[in-house]
Design a protein around this ligand. Structure first.
Ligand SMILES: NC(=O)c1ccc[n+]([C@@H]2O[C@H](COP(=O)([O-])OP(=O)(O)OC[C@H]3O[C@@H](n4cnc5c(N)ncnc54)[C@H](O)[C@@H]3O)[C@@H](O)[C@H]2O)c1
Ligand SMILES: O=C(O)[C@H](O)[C@H](O)COP(=O)(O)O
Length: 369
């Protein structure tokens, strides 16, 4: 019987994978080589470093899957050298991150009495998340600048603004790149002391990508000099984060931007689909049948429903201030990983069906059903 080892924080893993073999759960943060030595299939999340040190004792591993978008914790060169198949879950929680950023923007707008239509949002990294975010902001009539040098190289019609320029022009910058450590476009400390000095004095910074994309020590020094609106979901050296930075954040959370029920479950489902493909077994479990029924399924909207009403409906589903409050209250006592493990349920916009005579087309641009 196939032995499947999975991170204990992977929802629906039994429902999907018990059909393929025997499922053993492990703590992703503390797992060592001996804990997973018997695995044929290894399923991880972002907290497990998958490298030679972890896999040396395992001689039978066939497949590694990460139920995440980010892959900076996986040594893919080592997996390829050992001929171990690999898959991530591209886009699985992209909408969840977009909803986190939208909620953060609405929260900042309320706190500082901004009109978001008068603010230009610079999106750095325009892949699955950045692209969806740009669409959502456009639906809300919020101007955007896009920075993605890799897309710019391959797509003649991509409206690219280079990072230097974006730093000088944007009123809000939101980071959505992977964390990369090599190559011309590497992103480690993309926002560093030099770039921070070029930002507008009141430019808001949002990071829901990877902590290392911003030099956290330089960010703290900059905040101490000139405090800017700041939203941090991801931190350098998680879970040992730079605590003094918390006091300089408007919103601080424990790497949960992608943790909607749909986002996490989609990650598990995508790995299951990939395993079925590899093993040439027909799929017998389906995400749509396994997701819990949302507490509120339908909302009737009238012909008067307009853009200003979206924020109220969105807040009913998710308000980032809940997660900020949890973070500030529990970070000292319970800690970073506890906050992630005990994350309260949160549904994506798509879980709520908006019903009306005429539902405006921009609702789907925002992710509503
Ligand atoms: N906070 C969370 O919970 C959470 C959830 C999901 C993903 N993430 C992070 O967000 C990242 C982005 O996710 P995605 O689904 O959009 O990934 P993606 O791969 O679809 O898109 C990333 C984009 O970044 C671009 N890019 C790479 N280097 C760049 C650079 N130097 N400057 C500007 N752009 C650059 C790429 O060309 C690509 O288009 C993931 O890699 C992951 O690390 C975080
Ligand atoms: O890269 C991703 O998909 C996200 O960062 C993901 O939500 C991380 O969460 P984790 O897997 O660590 O629970």
């Amino acid at each position: 019987m196939m032995k499947i080892f999975a991170d204990e924080n992977m929802p629906l893993v039994q429902a999907f994978f018990a059909k393929l073999g025997e499922v053993t759960l492990f703590n992703g943060r503390t797992a060592r080589a001996n804990d997973i030595a018997e695995a044929d299939i290894l399923l991880v999340r972002s907290v497990t470093q998958v490298n030679e040190a972890l896999l040396a004792a395992n001689k039978k591993l066939q497949f590694v899957g990460t139920a995440t978008i980010g892959m900076d914790h996986i040594d893919r060169t080592y997996l390829a050298a050992r001929n171990i198949a690999f898959s991530s879950a591209p886009g699985c929680n992209a909408q969840s991150v977009v909803e986190y950023v939208l909620s953060s923007l609405w929260c900042l707008a309320e706190r500082y009495q901004w009109q978001l239509r008068d603010k230009t949002v610079g999106i750095v990294g325009v892949g699955n998340i950045g692209r969806r975010l740009a669409n959502a902001l456009t639906a809300l009539h919020i101007p955007v600048l896009l920075c993605d040098p890799i897309r710019a190289k391959h797509e003649a019609d991509f409206a690219h603004t280079d990072f230097e320029q974006l730093c000088q022009q944007a009123d809000i910058i939101s980071f959505h790149t992977p964390l990369t450590k090599t190559g011309l476009e590497q992103t480690t400390h993309l926002l560093n002391a030099t770039q921070l000095a070029k930002l507008k004095p009141d430019c808001a910074i949002i990071n829901a990508s990877r902590g290392g994309v911003i030099d956290n020590a330089a960010l703290l020094a900059a905040q101490q000099q000139c405090r800017r609106p700041l939203v941090l979901d991801v931190w350098e050296h998680e879970p040992e984060i730079l605590r003094p930075l918390i006091a300089y954040c408007d919103i601080a959370t424990a790497h949960i931007a992608g943790h909607s029920i749909e986002g996490k479950a989609r990650g598990t489902a995508m790995l299951y689909q990939r395993c079925c493909e590899l093993l040439q077994i027909p799929e017998s479990a389906h995400l749509s049948e396994l997701l819990p029924v949302p507490a509120v399924e339908k909302l009737q909207i009238s012909a008067n429903f307009g853009l200003p009403d979206v924020q109220n409906v969105a807040r009913m589903l998710y308000d980032v201030r809940r997660d900020d409050a949890l973070f500030r209250y529990h970070i000292e006592g319970k800690g970073f990983d506890w906050l992630r493990k005990s994350y309260p349920a949160r549904r994506e916009f798509s879980a709520l069906q908006l019903v009306g005579q005429a539902t405006p087309p921009w609702l789907s641009q925002l992710g509503f059903n």
